[in-house]
Ligand binder design. Structure first.
Ligand code: IMP
Length: 193
């Protein structure tokens, strides 16, 4: 059976990818299961380069196919910020509360609330690297709503919905999210290869 390591330390990303996984021929491993501890490198200025950097770091240490996920929230009125800096927008890596507060204060009084979530998945196979992208459009609301999901979910309402990602059931977010769109493209690729 083919083995694929998920090159992420974010348990929410692991859950979302696993929930979408529909390929019994490929067995997914977490970093922990693959014996990798510590932070993954993330040193570039694009989602694509960062996703690949994570995947290659894990491939080099495990010899197994590896999948990196780099994602971000791009807000039109903020010239695409926080973008690739989404995880560390307020300074400290992964402080979702502080990151959201920074976005909400920058968006105070701003009428253009358009934003999109993007995910780039990089699949490192040793010989070749492949990329799969997903994107969802929506709006930044003025205050947080909901407790589900992670990161900026409480302030993002996807187009065509009234609830934030954090107010939705996990299945509902997973049916439409940027990450799921990218995972579906990867699954399609694996099915055909
Ligand atoms: P990464 O781990 O470098 O990809 O950082 C992604 C950051 O973007 C996370 O820390 C979150 O703040 C945000 N992010 C990525 N995907 C999502 C999502 O599905 N919902 C909410 N925030 C997300």
């Amino acid at each position: 059976m083919m083995e694929l390591v998920l090159a992420t330390n974010n348990p929410k990303k692991v859950t979302e990818i696993r929930a979408r996984w529909g390929n019994d021929a490929v067995r997914l491993f977490t970093l922990q299961e693959a014996g990798i501890t510590g932070e993954l490198p993330e040193t570039h200025e694009t989602l694509r380069e960062n996703a690949l950097e994570k995947a290659q770091y894990v491939y080099e240490r495990t010899g197994k196919w590896s999948l990196g996920d780099d994602s971000g929230l791009e807000i039109e009125a903020l010239d695409g910020r926080p973008g690739v800096y989404s995880a560390r927008y307020a300074g400290e890596h992964g402080n979702a509360e502080a990151n959201m507060q920074k976005v909400l204060s920058e968006m105070e009084g701003v009428s253009n609330r358009r934003a999109s979530f993007k995910t780039v998945l990089a699949l490192e196979t040793g010989d070749v690297s492949y990329f799969f992208e997903g994107e969802i459009q929506g709006m930044i609301i003025p205050e947080k709503r909901g407790t589900g999901g992670f990161g900026y979910d409480p302030i993002f309402v996807p187009d065509g919905y009234t609830q934030t990602f954090a107010e939705m059931d996990p299945e509902e977010k997973n049916a439409i999210s940027h990450r799921s769109l990218a995972v579906d493209k990867l699954l399609e690729f694996l099915k055909n290869s």
